[in-house]
Ligand binder design. Structure first.
Ligand code: ZN
Length: 274
């Protein structure tokens, strides 16, 4: 890989050893057995700020590996093929367990594209690092361990957009692809669980760093005929955080789901000074 993370403390490049990575200033970080580095500042380990827990990540990994969201992965691959030059660099920021990053790396492997993946959850990254085509680090999206202008394109899928920081690590005219659920994503499932389901209201916080070029909607049917798969899907969504015991009971009783997944892919370009 020609593109790599840098020291989050001083910005110097790393030399990779057997069990650690070290910068020229002597800052050293552990290289985990799975092959990722943890670049979060030490001593700031506190609850939810560190992202999704292990159980949620395993549920997501099982659901995605079953291929239910393959149409979304393929749509993402097509957009990135348009905007990433040969030998370029993609960052999947908030990569989770790495399903989409690995899909991109595989799809663009003949183009010599490097895919770097970060997430604030160490558990997520420990799964992502088992995918061998990508390079992973535990890192904060708002303080990325990357030099200015490193990336040609960034994927931000269902995670907060760190617009200023994304603009910093993108090259001039680099692209941001932000993916959010559309208004009635998984409407059938929500209607089964909630008496009063609400529509998603995606907001795209990119000003003044990016220009929105276009928005593509990706829709596909979901047929899930096992209860575990349905609960895995539900636990991937933000609704899982706001669900009462009664609603969980309703969810537990669902054994079959016919629904529609719908996502909006916003293609944005870094705004350059006139
Ligand atoms: Zn350093």
């Amino acid at each position: 890989m020609t593109h790599d993370f840098i020291c989050p403390l001083c910005g110097a490049p790393f030399i990779r050893g057997e069990k650690t990575v070290r910068c020229s200033q002597g800052h050293s970080f552990d290289l985990a057995r799975q092959g990722y580095i943890n670049l979060l500042p030490a001593g700031r380990i506190a609850g939810r700020i560190h992202g999704d827990n292990r159980e949620m990540i395993r549920a997501r990994r099982d659901f995605l590996t079953a291929g239910y969201y393959k149409p979304l992965s393929e749509a993402i691959n097509m957009v990135f093929r348009e905007i990433t030059p040969r030998g370029g660099c993609i960052l999947d920021c908030g990569c989770g367990e790495g399903y989409y990053s690995e899909g991109l790396a595989e799809f663009l492997s003949t183009q010599n594209v490097d895919v770097l993946a970060t997430d604030i959850s160490k558990d997520a990254i420990s799964y992502a690092a088992r995918r061998h085509r990508i390079r992973c680090a535990v890192a904060n999206s708002f303080h990325l361990p990357l030099a200015d202008g490193t990336c040609d394109a960034i994927l931000s899928l269902c995670t907060p957009i760190a617009a200023a920081e994304f603009a910093r690590v993108l090259r001039p005219n680099g692209h941001l692809i932000a993916v959010f659920p559309a208004a009635r994503h998984l409407w059938a499932l929500k209607s089964m669980v909630y008496r009063d389901p609400y529509e998603n209201t995606p907001t795209l916080n990119i000003d003044p760093y990016f220009i929105l070029l276009r928005q593509d909607t990706v829709r596909f049917a979901l047929h899930i005929a096992d209860g575990k798969g349905i609960r895995n899907l539900f636990s991937m969504t933000p609704y899982a955080y706001h669900t009462t015991a009664t609603e969980w009971t309703r969810l537990e009783s669902i054994q079959q789901l016919d629904d529609e997944a719908a996502f909006i892919l916003s293609v944005c370009r870094r705004r350059e000074e006139a």
